[in-house]
Design a protein around this ligand. Sequence first.
Ligand code: G3I
Ligand code: 9MR
Length: 588
Amino acid sequence: MFKRAFIATCIAFFLICTKLFAQSLPDSGQFKIRLNQMGFYPATHKIAIVLADKEAGFSLQTADKHNVFKGKLRKSLKRDFAGNYTFIADFLDYKKPGNYILNVSGIGNSYPFIISSSVHKKVADASIKAFYFIRASIPLEGKFAGKWKRAEGHPDDKVLVHSSAASTERPEGTVISSPRGWYDAGDYNKYIVNSGISTYALLSLYEDFPAYMKTVNLNIPESGNGIPDLLNETLWNLRWMLTMQDPNDGGVYHKLTNAAFDKMIMPDSAITTRYVVQKSTAATLDFAAVMAQAARIFKQFPKELPELADSCLKASLKAWDWAQKNPDVLYNQNAMNQKFSPQITTGDYGDRNISDEFIWAASELFVTTQDDQYVRKINIMPDDNMPLPSWNQVRLLGYYSIIRNSDHLNSTGFKEIPELKKRLLAFADNMIKGIDSTAYQTVIQKRKSNFIWGSNAVAANEGMALIQAYQLSHDKKYLKYALDNLDYILGRNGSGYCYVTGYGSRPTMHPHHRPSVADGVVDPIPGLLAGGPNPGMQDHIKVPSIVPDEAYIDNDQAYAANEIAINWNAPLAYLANAIEALQNDISN
Ligand code: G3I
Ligand code: 9MR
């Protein structure tokens, strides 16, 4: 009796495992044909990368299996990081909108995809709406959040000044109010340094494409108030940032945080004490930069936001002054914890070199005030490097702003603008050099060293840099390669995943993101970009392969490869929306 029950249990277990296994591994054609799972614009280049071992024929088929285009795979000139050649299916010449699959003989069928104008519109909108879903201090209502509605988390109206941040006017334990803002990432803390580059990317999206962004409606609480939704969303964080400045001296707290990371619980259950900790020069300069940029953008809305631009500029100037007096206050969490309590063990964003933060803040103040004293005060071009932006490397953000606004700056006496333009184009040219011979034909997969924690943001930031180069030169080649990096994020890559939650046929389903894990809803919150392949495994979760662009696992404990973060979503939002805004320019 017992034996029979045991056998039956084993069989049931076996069947369940088989089913789970079958669900988790895509059919081989779908796995081996790597393409943008959203699809393609009618008139742009369209390629898929096929993991095959020989040249073969392929065909494009409609949903009713009708062949509409035939071609031959072409072998890549170089090997991928795993050491294999890939095979490229190029169907650029087929331009008719519709629903398709790609069939490769001997390999099988790809995931279905569409050819259509505005093919990235949904992802582009969702990548901004994602910021609404990660707002602190507001309940998410069903009419905006659908099945992801949730209670308010972190009112942050009673935050304690940590001992590391104590001053005469605000001694340890002083209660301040610092509501709103976006949660940084999978955790519930709010960090000024990371908010800096993220808010910049969204404000720049508006600065570069105001006409397009005015048409984007995100169904958020502020929609319809006369301000474009992208800016409405950005304001949620900007208003929080303003509260992080100590009005007494202009310095800005490095972060607002719990003492330690929470368990994987919902925001309203995460109720441990919140602190603002030590002011830092990096946070203060990033704040100064964003507030200067915000001042010139929100000045365009005098009726809707009568005083905001002035407040932002004042805050920026005050922060700049603090940084002049305190040019080297680094945030070193370990050292801080030796002197102060309670111990703080959340993310540190501890930049050790802040010369680029000075360059960025000075550039934004120069652009907004048109006063070149700011860029004269510092060494704006310390060397001829053009380092790709990241949370700890913000030099180019300043260059982008100067170049974007250069028409208004020509009369300022600042003579370096032509040189900056030249360097930006050289930087972009170097990025795209040799890509056509690589295995996946994307800029991100050119270098193994791109595959760090948050590698998908490297792809998005490269895309953003290429679009800056296009805006400056109107040379379409930059747009093509920017779109290739978007193709990468949406499926033409080493793991075969679409790294944006909620989109594509094989999307990230289990991001390291507390609400997505804890809310009881099967689908993760949509529009979030996973960190992406990272062989570093700092989280000690074993990835299936340590080949750099394959080192990805869709596991909610894998924070080094599968967390989400505002500084990754923001350049994605920039890239996807810029591509949508420019879709007619990309077309051949
Ligand atoms: O830059 C070096 C590179 O030169 C080197 O080749 C490579 C080899 O591993 O490492 C690179 O540095 C990595 C750096 O990220 C890249 O930006 C470090 O190893 C890596 O430890 C570091 O990770 C940071 C991580 O926090 C740990 O501090 C991530 O950038 C950063 O995005 C992440 O941020 C966390 C916050 O602290 C807390 N909230 C969540 C957020 C996202 O995970
Ligand atoms: O959830 C945390 C994530 O946001 C951070 O990026 C990561 C690295 O700092 O840490 C995560 O928290 C983990 C902690 O570091 C170690 N214990 C497990 C936590 C995840 O549940």
